[in-house]
Design a protein around this ligand. Structure first.
Ligand SMILES: NC(=O)c1ccc[n+]([C@@H]2O[C@H](COP(=O)([O-])OP(=O)(O)OC[C@H]3O[C@@H](n4cnc5c(N)ncnc54)[C@H](O)[C@@H]3O)[C@@H](O)[C@H]2O)c1
Length: 245
């Protein structure tokens, strides 16, 4: 389903990643101005090369660490219709001494803490649009508890609690929802799939296949669009039925 996003501006974090790239391409094809934020310079350069010289794409290199950094990210943005938070890292933990600093803290920072600061910075810009949207990214890891990924599962659960509370606080002006992808055909779950074996992973998924990145970006576009104007505080599981299994 194509939605017209002309005259609309959307800030996307993790924009240089697998899902981000497909989302940014589609939003721009449908007329949006996109502020693409990522901590990887290389990913942003690849995104710019993919999109070509389109003045409606602005890339911003940032790791979104803390309020001041996030204020700086939005300093030149006049107005936003949407804030999409895809930035995240998926790190295994062994729960041994040292993992609190080496895995837990950076995982909470990259998946959860950053959106707290970024929302504070973006709120005045979102309030300049009617019925603006915030879309966050949780994970099947929250629903089922990803094996050997305790910190990541905690962070993605934190995203859901944050989303539900924020949806109440910001209603009716800003609608806040989240998508929880299952196992998507992309580099992020590749190590986990290699360890568990693809047959074992697919056997757990009622639809019997991995998800496509466009099947996540499509849900995000729905949540950004006019047909989602009565949806807030919801977690949409896009996981081929895995969370029901
Ligand atoms: N791919 C999957 O199977 C899957 C499954 C469940 C959930 N998710 C979630 O969906 C989101 C997108 O996943 P993806 O597959 O596109 O991952 P990806 O690794 O391809 O992209 C994530 C992007 O976030 C960026 N990033 C990481 N930390 C950052 C930070 N602190 N500040 C700014 N940018 C940062 C990375 O540079 C990368 O470009 C993530 O939040 C992920 O946890 C993905």
């Amino acid at each position: 389903m194509e939605v017209n996003f002309s005259e609309k501006s959307v800030l996307v974090t993790g924009a240089g990643g697998s899902i981000g790239r497909v989302l940014v391409n589609s939003l721009m094809k449908n007329g949006a101005t996109v502020y693409a934020v990522d901590s990887s310079d290389k990913s942003l350069k690849n995104l710019e090369a993919e999109i070509g010289g389109n003045g409606k794409l602005q890339t911003i290199l940032s790791d979104l660490q803390g309020d001041a950094v996030c204020e700086n990210v939005v300093v030149d943005i006049p107005k936003l219709h949407g804030l999409v938070h895809l930035a995240g890292i998926f790190e295994p933990d062994e729960m041994i001494v040292g993992d609190t600093e080496a895995v837990f803290d950076p995982t909470i920072q990259a998946n959860l803490r950053n959106i707290y600061s970024l929302f504070i910075a973006c709120k005045p810009l979102l309030l300049r649009s009617d019925c603006s949207r915030v879309i966050l990214t949780s994970s099947i890891a929250f629903n089922r508890g990803a094996y050997l990924h305790t910190a990541y599962s905690a962070a993605k659960g934190g995203v859901v609690g944050f989303m539900r509370s924020l949806a109440r606080r910001e209603a009716p002006k800003i609608l806040v929802n989240a998508v929880a992808p299952g196992v998507i055909d992309s580099p992020m779950p590749a190590d986990m799939i290699a360890k568990r074996g693809i047959e074992n992973v697919l056997a757990q998924i009622p639809l019997g296949r991995l998800g496509r990145v466009s099947e996540i970006s499509g849900v995000i576009e729905f949540l950004l669009g006019p047909n989602a104007s009565y949806v807030t505080g919801q977690l949409i599981n896009a996981d081929g039925g895995l969370s029901n299994n």
